[in-house]
Ligand binder design. Structure first.
Ligand code: C2E
Ligand code: MG
Ligand code: MG
Length: 311
């Protein structure tokens, strides 16, 4: 019958792919609004092609905190584009375009080199930062492009960074698209002593088989389960406490670390800590900041003070 779980899932799949196809076709029927978008897109693509050589990218860093003692565990590197006319452009406005046209491979290599270089500088400059970590987002196309493992090796050796400092953040789509290939690359990275963190966990397929079949070290709970930025209530608790509890329990039973994204209130931090979440990240601790402000955060931590809240 149609009610068996596998049928329900398959029908949902089919519906999703149809919706995606429909979405693509709809894009061909131009309205003035879409024309503007298409023009913007074309401009972005053209500018993107020159942005690397013009050195328009920079990295921001958002602290990742150990929830058990409030110490600074590491940073997530988040790319920004200093566009000559548009100003500071966020990644959601250009990463997907860069993925589609392949520019992400070269941009991603720059991001990796810059993140490694900065981490090694901090490790050398601050007495208590020698085991500080850096999480780097890697998109599907970048991970499966030829020579990714060699690119990582060269980024590490260029600055003399120990591979255990770098955590590669991937999303489930990486594992879905090209499973065998992804698996062998992740195995190579693991062998080099890098760690793999599964980003935005809970929003994609969240197939438990991924956790069994791929060398994953940590889950990042998607921020939609943690905070609801539309609610400007400084006492707000977790948006979806039951889901968060279940993901943490799953991580614990598989001996995975778990980072909650998007912590915006002290109540959310307290609840996550009580549930056994190991790490946390979010505006409550700090927004993503430039390298010099991040240095200030490290200095504060090294002197024993808690990480400052910058809101
Ligand atoms: P992500 O990897 O899940 O990064 C977390 C995003 O959540 C960041 O947005 C961060 O600024 C935002 N965020 C952190 N804490 C909070 C909070 O408490 N509340 C709210 N409302 N938001 C918070 P950002 O920097 O705009 O990046 C968006 C996405 O773009 C990232 O999601 C990631 O998928 C992608 N991205 C960013 N940098 C890179 C990169 O270097 N390479 C690749 N391939 N993708 C990147
Ligand atoms: Mg991430
Ligand atoms: Mg995320």
């Amino acid at each position: 019958s149609d009610d068996r779980p596998e049928d329900v899932l398959r029908n949902a799949d089919i519906a999703m792919y149809r919706a995606k196809e429909l979405g693509k076709k709809r894009y061909e029927m131009f309205t003035p609004d879409m024309l503007t978008n298409a023009v913007t897109r074309l401009e972005v693509e053209t500018d993107l092609a020159r942005a690397l050589e013009r050195e328009e990218f920079c990295l921001f860093y958002q602290p990742i905190i150990s929830l058990h003692d409030g110490s600074l565990w590491g940073f997530e590197a988040l790319v920004r584009w200093q566009h000559p006319r548009r100003g500071l452009v966020n990644p959601d406005q250009f990463i997907s375009i860069a993925e589609e046209n392949g520019a992400i491979v070269a941009i991603g290599e720059w991001i990796l080199r810059e993140a490694c270089r900065q981490l090694q500088l901090w490790r050398a400059a601050f007495a208590n930062a020698h085991d500080l970590r850096m999480n780097v987002n890697v998109s599907a196309k970048q991970l499966t492009a030829p020579g990714f493992a060699r690119t990582v090796e060269s980024a590490l050796s260029a600055c003399g960074l120990n591979p255990d400092g770098v955590n590669v953040e991937i999303t489930e789509s990486v594992l879905m698209d090209d499973a065998d290939h992804a698996q062998s690359i992740l195995a190579q990275l693991r062998q080099m002593a890098l760690h793999i963190h599964l980003d935005d966990f809970g929003t994609g397929y969240s197939s438990l088989a991924y956790l069994r079949d791929f060398p994953i070290d940590a889950l990042k709970i998607d921020r939609s389960f943690v905070s609801n930025s539309n609610v400007s209530n400084s006492n707000a608790g977790l948006t979806s406490i039951e889901i968060v509890r279940a993901i943490i329990a799953l991580a614990q039973s598989l001996s995975l670390a778990v980072t909650a994204e998007g912590i915006e209130t002290d109540e959310q931090r307290v609840q996550l800590q009580a549930l056994g979440c190991t790490h946390g990240q979010g505006y409550y601790f700090s927004r993503p900041v430039d390298a010099s402000k991040a240095s200030g955060l490290i200095a504060g931590y090294v002197n024993g003070a808690p990480v400052q809240q910058t809101r």
